[in-house]
Design a protein around this ligand. Structure first.
Ligand SMILES: Nc1ncnc2c1ncn2[C@@H]1O[C@H](COP(=O)(O)OP(=O)(O)OP(=O)(O)O)[C@@H](O)[C@H]1O
Length: 949
């Protein structure tokens, strides 16, 4: 359980300020040796120095930059939350990950971190007096139940002041700082206590006996290092973690250097030796409680000596048994012998074979399906687990590693269903419209049927928020009969979230993909990666975009290497579906490999269908209301769509509808309807239209974001899972009448309308023309307004406002030049542009705008001012203009058309190059519009001003 303390490697925690390399030659000599011994170089030293300094003991820390607040001073921590430790006491200078199950305690710890006082007291839990020693799971069970005084009575009085280094879910990582003694209880839940800080008894550092004991501990520790490679690995693994000084002293042979380096930090060495040894909890508690430094060193000496003995015997038995027996028999005999010896030496025995059996139970039935290279690693790790001390940190690491390796669904696939008819039914069942999207998905399934597999494709669903990208992803999983897993990569910049942490990292976890495989239990799930366009930027530990590429690229992902697993896994059978709001921010190597399917947003008509046939039914069912209890009229839905939720998608509409039904539910209950627990009885009606797969599992707690990494929300759902869409039984009193939601009473439920009409002019005045814009939220109309400021010989100029970006500003300048040229051609005597100072503005002034597509609108607006003639009624236009007056293509034709219809536009001018985009639109989107396609500005001039009315 104990982990060595990373921060102390360079910190004054173990190396007091007096131990400084005094002369440069000696310094470089030591560095050279250090590099040879540890594989470290100067840059890693510096790096370590910087990162470790962040968590140094604040009472001895120098002026280096810190991320953990030094406030309050450690001395001020006199009242702390008491955390019971089930397995071992926390020795100062060591890490310890613990699991805090009690949400109250967890919240209190998080609060103390927020308050910049990230400290708690860590106290060893006492064994039950009635039993000899309870098993760890029993202890954990008891611990969960104990609170307040009862808990206080069951923990040791002497413990450790622990810094809360991080909190991830239930896992809290503690760093031991100093010894504490509980003096009184302050509050019961969570248990908070007053403490005294314990100081070591004074000692004479030149005392020969003390020095001798110190050297003895040192040399015994060295012996341990020599005898067992495992122990050596453990120290080496945590070299960055433990006191590098002590480690270095242990390794050097030259006594003069040794003398020079040793600062005779007796108490720290005693703690280090005890913490790293495999001593049991009572022995460690003994060391913790001992304030006499000499006695503490002697206790440690005893422990490390035992360690030497055990290691020697263990190795010789291993050798002997290996020669005589093979396979499982060898393992069992080895185990028995070692346990017997440990018993004799009074060291805690363990029950590792049960654990090994657990792992073997997992792998044996699927041995032939596990890739050979993975099987080899599993076998090696199982062997290693047998030889490790349960108390060592390496044991935990190996155990967790094996747990992950053996729990993955090696060779387990769900049978794919390529039935196109069934898929069509499922897609229609879950979503209204989206015919082109569904068609593309069906094509994809059909190809899968002919090829026999649907691997090798990355689908990217791109469109504004709330248009159903995520939910269609879920439907594809259902249609294909694949398991479903979702995670969001918006803002993600930590590569470890994708590729996992290296195993030696404290609290290391595999990446999202490995977690996904474990959760879904098959090797071919559908993985939905949300918000791929918002992937974080490259940071010091790697580039998330390249990590994503490794994950998604069919060429690479057959051998995906997770840092934690350290064996390649085959992800080529996974079907990846990404979602994005825009495609231009998706890293281009990723975009290249994707098949982008665009979802453009819905027109009012489509929203009406979605609301009536999907959203109302789901919201009603979720609120426990029966169909006969409420009626929402079409007029009410239309008003909701037009006056409350104008965005391209339907998420806001869904929220408003839910709001209406929640209010009705309250009224029903108030007015005498007694809602019962929704009972799934025989007489409930089943509404298959509402059926959706919604099984979800959130894997990340919001705490992850508090820790600075990206917020990831995951969900897991089986592709075929169907929530039984049952109508909850609600008994309605005879007197309660049916609720009618209509246009007239809608505001009683959802408040006043949010939107006013987008159209601000019935007939646009002179100098004002309606343009069309497209954003990641969908399309919208916008006005370009120009007005005359002043006149004077040669005063011609243009002032621009409206939070326009550089491109749009340049576009306005181009428009001014083009308009001036056109005017010169059409009315050479008209000196309007030459002598007039003009002002061009684009409302709404608070919204930033950019892009070249308003070019033709700006020219028209300027010409309208010059000609003193308003443009044709109900006209909107969009198109980029070149200096010579040519009209270039624009993006977002569908969104712009939808926005124009919403503003009751009758005539639209699009660039000729966009004719095909428009022709591809559904008939109901194009209905009732007069559309003109142009490639020269002159054509627009005719359309805008050549009218008679
Ligand atoms: N065509 C549709 N038919 C029925 N329901 C729909 C349709 N489109 C969207 N919805 C519903 O709208 C809600 C929002 O959809 P979803 O969460 O999939 O949006 P999204 O496009 O993924 O948004 P974001 O980009 O914000 O993640 C869901 O409840 C979904 O079922």
């Amino acid at each position: 359980m104990l982990k060595l303390l990373i921060p102390s490697a360079y910190g004054s925690h173990h190396v007091t300020p007096a131990i400084r390399f005094r002369s440069t030659p000696v310094k470089s000599l030591l560095f050279k040796q250090l590099t040879l011994l540890t594989g470290w170089n100067r840059s890693s030293y510096e790096l370590g120095r910087r990162s470790f300094s962040s968590e140094l003991d604040s009472d001895t820390k120098s002026s280096e930059t810190t991320t953990v607040s030094t406030k309050p001073h450690l001395d001020d921590c006199l009242t702390v939350i008491a955390l019971p430790l089930p397995h071992k006491p926390l020795i100062p200078g060591f890490y310890m990950p613990i699991y805090v199950k009690d949400p109250k305690v967890l919240a209190a710890l998080q609060e103390s971190r927020r308050q910049q006082a990230p400290y708690a007291g860590a106290f060893l839990f006492k064994d039950d007096a009635s039993t000899d020693s309870s098993s760890s799971s029993e202890t954990e069970n008891i611990l969960e139940k104990l609170k307040g005084k009862e808990l206080l009575n069951r923990i040791h009085e002497v413990g450790t002041l622990a810094q809360i280094s991080s909190i991830q879910g239930e896992q809290v990582i503690l760093i031991g700082h100093r010894r504490l003694r509980i003096t009184e209880m302050v509050s019961e839940d969570p248990l908070t206590v007053k403490v005294d800080h314990l100081k070591d008894k004074p000692y004479d550092k030149d005392d020969d006996v003390l020095k001798a004991t110190y050297y003895q501990v040192m040399s015994t520790l060295r012996d341990v290092l020599k005898t067992t490679s495992l122990w050596r690995d453990q120290v080496r693994t945590y070299t960055q973690a433990c006191s590098l000084h002590i480690w270095y002293c242990l390794r050097i042979q030259n006594m003069s250097e040794y003398q020079y380096l040793s600062e005779f930090n007796y108490p720290k060495l005693a703690d280090f030796g005890a913490g790293i040894s495999g001593a049991n909890k009572h022995q460690n508690q003994g060391v913790l409680e001992e304030l006499d430094v000499h006695k503490r060193l002697e206790l440690t000496l005893e422990l490390v000596k035992k360690e030497v003995e055990i290691n020697k015997i263990q190795e010789s038995i291993a050798k002997a048994v290996e020669e005589k027996f093979s396979g499982d028999r060898r393992r069992i005999i080895l185990k028995e012998q070692i346990n017997a010896i440990k018993k004799e030496l009074g060291v805690e025995t363990d029950n590792k074979s049960a654990l090994s059996e657990k792992f073997r139970g997992r792998i044996d039935p699927i041995k032939d399906k596990i890739p050979q290279h993975v099987l080899k690693v599993i076998e090696e790790e199982l062997k290693k687990l047998q030889l490790l001390e349960t108390s060592s940190s390496e044991y935990d690491v190996t155990y967790n590693y094996l747990d992950w390796l053996t729990v993955l669904p090696w060779g387990n696939f769900s049978d794919e269903n390529f039935d196109v008819i069934r898929a069509q039914k499922i897609l229609d069942e879950d979503h209204y419209g989206l015919s082109d999207v569904k068609e593309r998905i069906l094509e994809f399934i059909a190809v899968g049927r002919l090829r026999g597999t649907s691997q090798g494709k990355i689908i990217c669903l791109s469109g504004p928020p709330g248009v159903g990208k995520t939910s269609i992803g879920r439907s594809i999983a259902r249609a294909l009969d694949r398991k479903f897993f979702r995670f969001s990569v918006g803002g993600l910049s930590d590569v470890a979230e994708i590729k996992g942490h290296r195993r030696t990292y404290i609290g290391a976890m595999p990446g999202k993909m490995v977690q996904c495989l474990k959760n879904v239990g098959t090797e071919n799930p559908l993985v939905l990666i949300d918000e791929i366009d918002k992937l974080g930027v490259r940071c010091h530990d790697g580039d998330p975009a390249s990590a994503m590429l490794e994950l998604l690229d069919p060429e690479q992902n057959a051998n995906f290497l997770d840092h934690y697993l350290n064996v390649t896994i085959d992800l080529s059978k996974v079907l990846f579906v990404c979602t994005s709001n825009v495609t231009d921010t998706i890293p281009s190597p990723l975009l290249d490999r994707m098949e982008v399917i665009t979802l453009s947003g819905y027109i009012t008509d489509e929203k009406m269908h979605i609301a009536r046939d999907y959203l109302v039914k789901t919201a009603r069912r979720d609120c426990g209301i029966k169909p006969e209890q409420v009626d929402v009229s079409d007029a009410a839905l239309l008003s909701l769509i037009e006056n409350y939720c104008r965005e391209a998608g339907v998420r806001n509409l869904q929220k408003q509808i839910e709001k209406v039904f929640r209010k009705i539910a309250l009224k029903l209950v108030r007015e005498g309807a007694s809602a019962q627990v929704p009972a799934i009885s025989d007489d409930v009606t089943t509404d298959t239209e509402d059926t959706k797969s919604v099984a979800k599992t959130d894997l990340e707690s919001p705490e992850t974001s508090a820790e600075g990494s990206a917020v990831l929300t995951d969900e897991l759902a089986t592709g075929d899972s169907k929530e039984s869409a049952t109508e909850p039984s609600v008994e309605v009193a005879e007197t309660v009448e049916k609720f009618m939601i209509d246009d007239s009473n809608l505001s009683d439920y959802v408040g006043k309308p949010v939107f006013q009409a987008e159209k601000i002019y019935e007939q646009t005045p002179v100098g004002v023309v309606m343009g069309l814009a497209w954003t990641s939220m969908g399309g919208s109309t916008l006005y370009i307004e120009t007005t005359f400021v002043e006149e004077g010989e040669g005063k011609g100029g243009l002032h621009i406002t409206g939070r326009l970006g550089d491109v749009m500003k340049e576009s306005a300048e181009i428009a001014h030049t083009v308009a001036r040229r056109i005017m010169l051609e059409k009315e050479p005597e008209n000196k309007f542009f030459v002598n007039s100072k003009l002002h061009l503005h684009v409302p709404a002034g608070a919204t930033p705008k950019d892009g070249p597509s308003a070019g033709c609108t700006m020219i028209t607006s300027l010409l309208s001012l010059a000609l003193k003639k308003p443009v044709r009624k109900d006209l909107a236009m969009t198109g980029e203009v070149t200096l010579t007056g040519r009209i270039l293509a624009i993006g977002g034709v569908k969104e712009k058309t939808i926005a124009a219809r919403r503003s009751e536009v009758k005539v639209i001018i699009f660039p000729e190059a966009n004719r095909r985009d428009f022709d591809e639109l559904a008939e109901n989107v194009k209905e009732g519009l007069e559309v003109h396609f142009v490639d020269e500005y002159d054509q627009i001039f005719e359309l805008a001003f050549g009218y008679d009315h």
